[in-house]
Design a protein around this ligand. Structure first.
Ligand code: B12
Length: 222
């Protein structure tokens, strides 16, 4: 539909007002909230990521696109929750202690919300104890840790160790990500899952919470 490409372009351009207006217009014209996510927001975020990696987009571009996405999700969130998109699980996500990078974490959170997950945002510079509390008390079945600094990788390990020490580790799946994180590192600190991008993160979480759902989600996105 045409309104979807308007949303797509507005997110690429980082035009929050235009993105929000286009979403309201699409909804008024009868678009499904979930369709807006899969048809416009996800592809736009994928494109923003590609443009950043290729050096065509810079930090300010990333920030304004992230902000536009946030605004759009503020409009969609209540509709996604109500509109029959079954909650497939609850994910508590945070950037580990010592690290304030949150663009990647927020993209992953946005994609998970789009796929029907409830996301509890723990914020940035999150101490190990806060991850422990989230695992114990938030009702999350998945806890996500993000790190963008090599110097904050030890905080990632410390957070998982603290969950184990507190006896809450076995009750949740722990996923990790961020530029300096590798599959090997993830394994070495005892994480259940690792993904290098927001799109693969959704597939991975789907798989962790139940294989049948992963198949359905694959169809929804195709
Ligand atoms: C934006 C940015 C900042 C912004 C952050 C703004 C914000 N709100 O996030 C600001 C300006 C604040 C900043 C500050 C600093 N930064 Co900085 N920053 C970056 C930059 C340019 C982009 C990061 C980014 O957003 N990438 C885009 C997102 C979409 O990608 P991503 O985060 O990797 O996320 C994707 C995946 O990794 C994955 N993912 C991410 N999290 C998770 C979590 C889970 C669970 C899963 C499954 C997946 C997943 O999915 C995401 C989407 O695809 C990088 C350089 C670069 N090119 O990466 C440097 C960079 C990360 N920063 C760096 C540094 C050194 C700093 C500072 C220390 C600078 C300073 N001297 O003050 C401070 C640190 C402050 C702190 N304590 O954290 C270094 C880190 C070097 C290192 N290896 O340790 C980098 C690599 C720059 C460089 N080349 O030197 N930075």
């Amino acid at each position: 539909v045409d309104s979807l490409s308007v949303i797509h372009e507005a997110i690429l351009a980082g035009d929050a007002a235009a993105a929000e207006a286009a979403v309201r217009q699409a909804l008024a014209a009868g678009a499904e909230p979930q369709g807006v996510v899969t048809g416009a927001i996800s592809p736009a975020l994928d494109r923003v990521g590609q443009l950043f990696e290729s050096g065509d987009y810079f930090l300010p571009d990333l920030l304004v696109s992230a902000r536009a996405t946030k605004g759009v999700f503020d409009v969609l969130r209540p509709l996604l929750a109500r509109g029959g998109v079954a909650t497939v699980g609850r994910v508590a996500m945070g950037t580990v202690r010592g690290d304030v990078h949150d663009i990647g974490k927020n993209l992953v959170a946005a994609m998970l919300e789009g796929a029907g997950f409830e996301v509890v945002d723990l914020g940035v510079d999150v101490p190990a104890e806060a991850f422990v509390r989230a695992a114990a008390e938030s009702g999350a079945n998945v806890v996500g840790l993000s790190a963008l600094l090599t110097t904050s990788l030890p905080s990632m390990k410390a957070s998982i160790d603290a969950m184990t020490a507190a006896g809450v580790r076995a009750g949740v799946k722990v996923i990790v990500g961020g530029a300096p994180v590798t599959a090997e590192f993830a394994k070495s600190i005892g994480a259940d899952g690792y993904a290098s991008s927001a799109a693969t993160a959704v597939d991975m979480v789907m798989e962790l919470v139940g294989a049948g759902r992963a198949a359905n989600a694959g169809k929804a996105r195709a």
